[in-house]
Design a protein around this ligand. Structure first.
Ligand code: FCB
Length: 456
């Protein structure tokens, strides 16, 4: 993809996309809700992790976050005011089962999401809940968390309770958000909850998460007639650091764990053999029937796209002997992530070519910058606006190439608790003043609204 000129960006129009395209924003429970002690919610692994000194860069937590638990009507009004027709959020498992499992689900927890779903429908917003966006009940972690198969059973009971309660009104379900992050940020790098650093554990977590995804599908179908179901994967287009055979081979190895480890089993191919062999005795325990369950057919693939990676051969470095390089001379967000709309085109083209999913939804895409609130309260964020425009142009290009993209969810509706970065990284189309909880649409959010309402 060539770099678009500014006038091309200005020509972008909602009418370039199919009439039934889903347009939304994404959020997640722990990042926006707050209200962590309310209505019988139990402790999550993120509450525990945040309470451990040194884990979160600014020492903060999601205890209050955007106070969305109390301010959700206003937030849904905001989402509607943008002209979106769908809204992706997640359900906090510890609100439904405070200790992760039990005979009776917490009615107050379920009711919160029931009100939220009704509120969405009243506003003409299609609800897109994610069942697991990282806030595992701490009680389950105390028993070994996702590394234990018992957590898969607990997830199925939780899924059953939620989909029974909401399945009449919710017709789009995302099982898991970014299993890579659950497994590797949380259990190999230790930078996310539960803060474990062990490859064997991470790979077992990964396996159990993918298994729980597959096993949840018939449960959801039983309780939510006609529902469309998928998982949201974090995927990365990869570039070799050089044309050398070593770097090209290293890129393939990296791809094995970064992308194929998820895409292959979900599409019925089992784990990639090349990667499996490299992992040696760290591979997960796989029981009879697991691979078939993981490949249970879905209705769509959710893709979360942020940035590409450049990979070099690095003998002896990690189990894959690879190194992810810092990109040089490229535009980056405040996180250091490369801005690469062309990466989105190549990623979608690759996924479509290699796996032929029936439908793809961009379930997350967005950027963080050092926003400045002007004296008059306005927030001018031309870089975030440009990022959004460039990625929509990339989507338009992917559609023209025949990729079945059916929707786009911007990350995020609101500035929020950005995990290990605390409140330092703002991804919102809306600025949140965390002292006063005041919301103010940034210029990027105003642009998204004008684009969606055909006012450009
Ligand atoms: C993704 C997460 C989401 C948010 C964005 C910036 O990996 O799914 O919760 O933190 O990154």
């Amino acid at each position: 993809m060539k770099i678009p000129r500014t006038d091309e960006l200005a020509l972008l129009s909602r009418s370039d996309f199919p009439a039934d395209f889903r347009w939304g924003c994404s959020t997640s429970s722990y990042q926006i809700e707050g209200g962590v002690q309310e209505d019988g919610r139990g402790e999550s692994i993120w509450d525990r992790f945040c309470a451990t000194p040194g884990r979160i860069r600014d020492g903060s937590s999601g205890a209050v976050a955007c106070d969305h638990y109390h301010r959700w009507p206003q937030d849904l009004d905001l989402a509607r005011s943008l002209g979106t027709n769908a809204y992706r959020f997640s359900i906090a498992w510890p609100r439904v089962f405070a200790n992760g499992r039990g005979r009776i689900a917490n009615p107050k927890g379920l009711d919160f999401y029931s009100r939220l779903v009704d509120g969405l429908l009243e506003r003409g917003l299609e609800p897109w809940p994610t069942l697991y966006h990282w806030d595992l009940p701490q009680a389950l972690q105390d028993e070994g968390g996702w590394a234990q198969r018992a957590t898969v059973d607990a997830f199925l009971d939780y899924t059953d309770a939620v989909t029974r309660h909401l399945g009449d009104r919710v017709k789009h379900w995302i099982t898991h958000n970014e299993p890579w992050c659950t497994a590797f940020h949380g259990n190999l790098e230790g930078v996310h909850a539960p803060g474990i650093r062990d490859l064997k554990t991470a790979l077992q977590v990964c396996h159990n998460v993918l298994l729980s995804h597959g096993l949840a599908i018939p449960v959801i179908r039983r309780n939510s007639a006609g529902a469309q179901i998928g998982a949201a994967l974090s995927l990365h287009p990869l570039k070799a650091a050089s044309d050398s055979a070593q770097d090209v081979a290293a890129t393939r190895r990296h791809d094995g764990l970064r992308n194929r480890w998820f895409l292959d089993p979900l599409h019925g191919r089992g784990y990639p053999v090349d990667t499996w062999q490299l992992l040696g005795d760290k591979v997960p325990e796989v029981q009879d029937g697991d691979l078939a369950a993981m490949a249970t057919p879905t209705d769509f693939l959710g893709v979360n796209y942020y940035f590409p990676e450049i990979v070099a051969d690095a003998p002896g470095q990690g189990v894959l002997s690879t190194r992810v390089m810092e990109p040089q001379n490229v535009e980056r967000t405040a996180f250091g992530w490369e801005v690469s709309p062309e990466g989105l085109v190549s990623l979608l083209d690759r996924v479509n070519h290699d796996y032929q999913p029936a439908r793809i939804f961009l379930t997350e895409n967005g950027s963080t910058y050092e926003d400045v609130v002007a004296a008059d309260g306005s927030i001018d964020d031309p870089q975030r606006q440009r990022y959004l425009q460039q990625h929509l142009l990339a989507l338009r290009e992917a559609l023209a190439m025949g990729v079945p993209v059916k929707g786009y969810f911007a990350w995020s509706l609101l500035d929020n608790f950005e995990w290990a970065e605390g409140y330092i990284r703002r991804f919102g189309l809306t600025h949140v003043d965390f002292e006063t909880q005041q919301r103010r649409l940034k210029s990027s959010g105003k642009w998204y609204g004008a684009f969606l309402k055909g006012q450009l």
